[in-house]
Ligand binder design. Structure first.
Ligand SMILES: C[S@@+](CC[C@H](N)C(=O)[O-])C[C@H]1O[C@@H](n2cnc3c(N)ncnc32)[C@H](O)[C@@H]1O
Length: 230
């Protein structure tokens, strides 16, 4: 990973080269990909990219996006790197969502990467507390992607509510996580364990180039509703 002048960050790994340029003032990002093979899922990017190995791990089936078509949605997409990477790995039925002010930067990046993506990925404005927007996306989804989205205590409840409404009963939330705010962290995980079975991916199953001590990948599955016993 090389940090170059002008906020350009180049992340180089076995299948993807992300040239990421971030203009702090205008939230204007440039991301481009160089797709090489398919043995890494990038859950998040920037300074702390973490990747799940696609092969030779207990999650290979879960991450086999090519042989099993899944409906997917990303929450808090930002500039779109995780969503674009997952699309390239076969998660082709994916909609990238974020709040309105982020859309111009996201769309700019998608347009910039169109030669690699070969199509315009779907985007949608989604505020996690907006039930109408959630319903309009026609849930449930098989896969919900969320990367580095737990950082504001006030929105932790909304985020979990959106995850619960969006993911199917047998679907998964792939959460890229790094502790940003102790308050948001506490609330998020307290509420999360009420609704989801939480599995933390062991670091040996993360790609060695992207295994940072402070960064984790979680797999969340909805808890089964207790059957009514008459
Ligand atoms: C730290 S950024 C992470 C962006 C991207 N996933 C990444 O890993 O680079 C958090 C993202 O969550 C979005 N977000 C925060 N609160 C939100 C809310 N209430 N509803 C929808 N999106 C929200 C922000 O707009 C931002 O793009």
């Amino acid at each position: 990973m090389h940090l170059q002048p002008s906020y350009v960050l180049t992340v180089d790994c076995c299948f993807i080269k992300i040239s990421y340029c971030h203009d702090q003032d205008r939230y204007h990002d440039h991301t481009s990909f160089d797709y090489k093979s398919n043995n890494l899922v990038v859950i998040r990017h920037k300074a702390t990219t973490y990747g799940l190995k696609l092969n030779d791990n207990p999650y290979a089936d879960l991450l086999d996006f090519r042989s099993k078509r899944r409906r997917a949605i990303e929450l808090g997409t930002g500039c779109g790197a995780a969503g674009m990477a997952l699309y390239l790995l076969g998660l082709v039925d994916i909609v990238l969502t974020d709040i309105s002010p982020v859309m111009p930067a996201l769309k700019h990046n998608l347009k910039r990467n169109k030669p690699v993506l070969n199509k315009a990925l779907k985007t949608s404005v989604l505020y996690w507390n907006n039930r109408d927007q959630i319903r309009a996306l026609n849930p449930p989804f098989d896969v919900v992607i969320a990367a580095d989205v737990v950082y504001i205590e006030e929105s932790a409840v909304q985020l979990l509510g959106a995850m619960e409404e969006l993911v199917s009963d047998d679907g998964v939330v792939l959460l890229g996580y790094q502790l940003r705010s102790p308050e948001a962290h506490k609330l998020f995980w307290e509420l999360c364990e009420k609704a989801f079975v939480i599995e933390k991916v062991p670091h040996e199953d993360l790609h060695h180039d992207y295994c940072y001590e402070e960064a984790d990948v979680y797999i969340l599955k909805k808890k089964k509703k207790k059957e009514n016993v008459e």
